[in-house]
Design a protein. Sequence first.
Length: 356
Amino acid sequence: MAKRRLNKQQQWRISKVQQERTARAARKEKVIGEQIEAGDLGPEQEGLIIAHYGQQLDVEALEAPETLEGNDAGKVIRCFVRANIDSLVTGDRVIWRMSGNDTGVIVARCERHTLLQRPDNFGALKPVAANIDYIILVIAPEPEPHDSLIDRYLVAAEITGIPAILLLNKSDLLNEQNRDSINVLLDRYRALGYRVEQTSAQTDGGKAAGVENLIAGQTSIFVGQSGVGKSSIIQTLLPDEAIRVGAVSESTGKGVHTTTTAKLFHLTCGGDLIDSPGIREFGLWHMSPSEIEHGFREIRDLIGHCKFRNCSHRGDPGCAIQAAADEGRISRARLKSFHRILEDMAEQQARGLRID
């Protein structure tokens, strides 16, 4: 659906929903406060958020407190959140306390070392996952990979400081029609120093040994458009997990969403993996032009070397970036993607607050 401005009725409806949420949060906070005063909550303990379901979260106990039946660390507790805590996401470490009926209350969030975010439909930043060591960008021959989407993810990775790995899944679908174009695409990113790997559940006998080598001992997140097989890879890594596996729509050629919430899985090879909902578009309009420039690793070192301070990098006299492209030091495809992202960002910012 085309984006449009919020009319008065929509603004009123959003305001009413926010008021209702605030009222519910206040009532919940009052109950939690009464439990704390009455000593009905257990001792503080550290936990790991492994899934997010609206106002409730699944927290895995990282300790073995007496309040847990069987004194068993690793038990998953459905928890509510105190109103004074900002947005929590899968991968966050938190401090929580046991409540009644096998539920808990999150009372604090531990410091994050990384945070992956993206803008929502209203322009506000929405956290996706926290404390990630690697972003694994999954692409596939079908649906057709687009450099624009890849570059958006890579810019986000560069800005957050989280290393990115490109993983070509479904490599068995490479054929005479798509092999050359995909190889050119992957070579472009190899030349920039990005790690590029390939895998296929078909040719690997249903195994994912190569993927295990990428993620062992680390906390990684799979990102990429729907239909590229993220959930299928996880199914091969965790065959006992009930993971919905989707397909590519025959009518649109786009992926079908199967994952609805980011969820963290522990791997037998060591390390953790976060499966995130498929994102067909990764907007960067919340960033500044200087951040976009920094997100292109071959461009960032050229910033400040143009003849004019207000250079648009579009053929202006003395443009260092254009000169690098003319000399072959910057891929023209990447430069085109750079311009396209800046144009999209400026257009979205000019439109102001909108809704899908």
